[in-house]
Design a protein around this ligand. Structure first.
Ligand SMILES: [Zn+2]
Length: 259
């Protein structure tokens, strides 16, 4: 079995480290900083064979140059976007990515919205979704559009509910704080917040999460629920029609309250 572990970086980023079973090969997703990656590889005597990039932001790509310098043979895979340097392969919707030493291939999904060229990697029930979907929340809209991000989240929502969500930040408690404004009476949300507090007070990550839990508690995946629509309409001050309009109101509401 491939082992996937989080390497904390900066204040609240996670770089995901994948270890190939039975070999010293390893891959990382979104290495914003090379230091925790080099530390982990050195500690366990691993060789970096692949880097997967979800989008161009510096806290996801800042470590690539130094990792390539340390491992000149490494494959660097990411979306077609001139803002991302040192890619050895660009990928888009439907592409398959075979990692050296790993049995399974990854499927590429285009999930624009947070940025215009954001992609995700789906792999054996695991989704590396960067800054598109977070535990209890979603990314902000930078150079994509609200409609794009709404559509991308609808695509993710349609994946099997047991899919594990490997997002790139530890934002869960702040996200659940906002979710309670949207659905203040949700028992599932209250239970999730208790569990997230327990994990954080023990110094543990709250991610990965499961899509089923996101569908039950994440307002940005619940834009068809009557209570969520009513709350979004309360913020917008007008009737809203369809997932994209409800999503846009929720995202703008959260932009005002939180970062
Ligand atoms: Zn980002």
């Amino acid at each position: 079995m491939t082992r996937i572990s989080p390497l904390p970086a900066f204040d609240d980023n996670y770089i995901w480290l994948l270890r190939a079973p039975g070999s010293t090969g390893a891959a990382v997703v979104d290495p914003g900083d090379e230091v925790p990656v080099l530390d982990a590889l050195g500690r366990d005597g691993l060789t970096l064979t692949a880097i997967l990039i979800t989008h161009h932001h510096g806290d996801h790509t800042g470590g690539v140059a130094d990792l390539v310098a340390a491992f000149p043979e490494v494959q660097v895979i990411g979306p077609r976007d001139p803002r991302i340097r040192r890619l050895t392969r660009t990928v888009g919707e439907g592409d398959l990515v075979a990692l050296p030493g790993f049995a399974e291939s990854l499927n590429v999904l285009e999930v624009p919205g947070h940025t215009a060229s954001h992609i995700a990697y789906l792999w054996d029930g695991v989704l590396f979704c960067g800054d598109t979907l977070f535990a209890g929340g979603c990314g902000r809209v930078f150079d994509g559009t609200f409609e794009q991000l709404s559509g991308s989240l609808r695509r993710i929502a349609a994946l099997p509910p047991e899919t594990r969500i490997y997002c790139a930040h530890e934002y869960t408690l702040a996200n659940l704080g906002f979710a309670k404004w949207v659905e203040p009476d949700s028992p599932a949300l209250a239970e999730r917040e208790r569990e997230a507090r327990r994990l954080r007070s023990a110094g543990l990550p709250t991610v990965p999460s499961r899509l089923a839990l996101e569908l039950a508690t994440n307002p940005f995946l619940r834009t068809g629920e009557a209570g969520v629509i009513a709350a979004a309409e309360g913020f917008a001050g007008r009737p809203l029609h369809g997932h994209a309009e409800v999503f846009t109101a929720l995202r703008q509401w959260k932009d005002q309250r939180y970062d």
